[in-house]
Design a protein around this ligand. Structure first.
Ligand SMILES: [Zn+2]
Ligand SMILES: [Zn+2]
Length: 140
């Protein structure tokens, strides 16, 4: 586990303190993340109990089993998580100064638009592989 990081949304009304499991970004290329952010969603994986948001955060139930948090003032993406107890938080990496932190994983790689790609090598997972790992079906 790495050190606690502090961050904020675009307008600054939502602040966050979180302790990522690894100092590496996760990029999600699914259509829902793309619709939400206009690009890939970059997150830091954090265990429940290691994330604290303060301010006017709102939650959208984006599927039967997942939610997405956003700032109620400026709309910044804040987090994605499955709603089952103990599920990890995927906190939006753009809230923090992530410096030279590498991208450690790309998920829904088979949903990535063809017009762009991240440089370098890392673990990738297709939609089917993501679903098999989570025991769920479909984007969320
Ligand atoms: Zn905001
Ligand atoms: Zn996604």
């Amino acid at each position: 586990m790495s050190a606690a990081m502090t961050g904020r949304c675009l307008c600054g009304r939502v602040t966050v303190t979180a302790t990522p499991d690894r100092e590496a970004l996760i990029a999600c290329h699914c259509a829902m993340c793309r619709r939400w952010t206009s690009g890939m969603l970059m997150t830091l994986q954090c265990r429940e109990g290691t994330v604290r948001f303060d301010g006017p955060a709102k939650t959208l139930a984006s599927s039967d089993f997942a939610e997405r948090g956003f700032c109620g003032e400026c709309g910044s993406a804040l987090w994605y998580r499955m709603t089952r107890p103990g599920a990890n938080w995927y906190v939006a990496a753009g809230l923090f100064d992530t410096g030279a932190m590498p991208v450690g994983m790309e998920v829904f790689i088979d949903r990535k638009p063809q017009g762009y790609a991240l440089a370098g090598e890392r673990r990738t997972f297709t939609e089917a592989e993501c679903m098999a790992a989570s025991g769920l079906q479909g984007e969320a």
